[in-house]
Write a protein that binds this ligand. Structure first.
Ligand SMILES: C[S@@+](CC[C@H](N)C(=O)[O-])C[C@H]1O[C@@H](n2cnc3c(N)ncnc32)[C@H](O)[C@@H]1O
Length: 289
């Protein structure tokens, strides 16, 4: 018989049938621990409404370890047994993205790239700082290539699973359905035979982009290179104000004067910083120099 959906502070998901019979109980205490751990590791603040989502995502991790108990699972995470901390973070990130998402940013980038190309200036250095499965950095590279502007694009994310996809640079055709045919032809190779329905990013574009893991919350970032453009989109919504403020200062320090910072559609955190001026919808120019 199924236990009731909630017993005291022991909340049980209604679809919590585990292996056909056992139920993995997810207590309020477990949820509190999850919230604390993901805030510590990634700076991600999970709201109380995310409880079911968390339950469903982590249940897969319990299954992978043959566990029936969240408490035991969270011990594995805390002690980082068999790299479970990374898998825990990967399970809890939200990775929604698309090619040319928020297209106004790519118009600004194109203008900058055309200008740089006309002046035969140095390669345009761009950073996609929460790049998810790669659509954002590949879109940046497409714009630079179309403008005939040499470029160096860095894509980073905390989630190693999405980085694998980004680096493989192979996508289902549906993912590229919003791209004009000319753009698709120019930057992708179409799969045939066993790869029917897939597209692969062309080598010319691959040569412009590199990927690496980076947790925006880490106190030390490996590279201290400076960028002309930073995309930091749809990630700070998961962070608290204090972290957003610190992050913004670090991004400001890494942008060259005149460089651009692009943020997500519901993010306006650079607006109050004296080192930036708004230069378009959710786009900010680094002042100074
Ligand atoms: C919603 S996606 C946004 C992807 C892309 N920037 C866009 O706007 O389409 C958010 C990404 O932020 C990443 N992320 C979350 N916390 C992070 C952290 N502390 N450091 C780096 N990346 C993080 C997630 O793994 C996820 O891939």
């Amino acid at each position: 018989m199924r236990p009731p959906a909630s017993a005291g502070n022991l909340a049980l998901s209604p679809d919590a049938v585990f292996g056909g019979d056992a139920i993995a109980a997810f207590s309020e205490r477990d949820f509190t621990t999850v919230r604390q751990l993901i805030a510590d590791y990634a700076g991600i603040k999970l709201s109380a409404q995310k409880r079911n989502m968390v339950y469903n995502r982590l249940l897969r991790r319990l299954r992978a370890h043959g566990l029936h108990d969240f408490g035991q699972y969270l011990q594995l995470v805390t002690n980082d047994v068999r790299g479970e901390r990374e898998a825990f973070v990967n399970a809890l990130t939200t990775n929604l993205t698309a090619f040319f998402r928020e297209p106004h940013h790519f118009d600004l980038l194109a203008a900058l790239a055309q200008d740089r190309a006309a002046k035969r200036g140095a390669p345009l250095r761009c950073w996609s700082s929460a790049c998810s499965t790669g659509e954002e950095p590949w879109s940046i590279a497409m714009v630079l290539r179309e403008a005939g502007c040499p470029g160096d694009v860095l894509g980073t994310d905390i989630d190693t699973d999405v980085l694998d996809t980004a680096q493989a640079a192979v996508y289902r055709m549906e993912r590229t359905s919003g791209l004009p045919p000319e753009r698709l032809r120019r930057h992708f190779l179409r799969g045939t035979g066993a790869n029917e329905g897939l597209v692969s990013v062309r080598p010319e574009l691959r040569a412009m982009v590199r990927f690496g893991q980076l947790n925006l919350q880490s106190p030390v970032w490996p590279a201290q290179e400076r960028f002309d453009v930073i995309f930091c989109r749809n990630v700070v919504i998961y962070f608290d104000r204090e972290f957003q403020k610190k992050l913004l200062q670090r991004l400001a320090d890494l942008l060259v004067p005149g460089g651009l910072l692009m943020v997500g559609h519901s993010e306006s955190f650079p607006a109050a910083h004296p080192g930036f001026r708004s230069c378009g919808r959710t786009a900010y120019e680094r002042l100074g120099g």
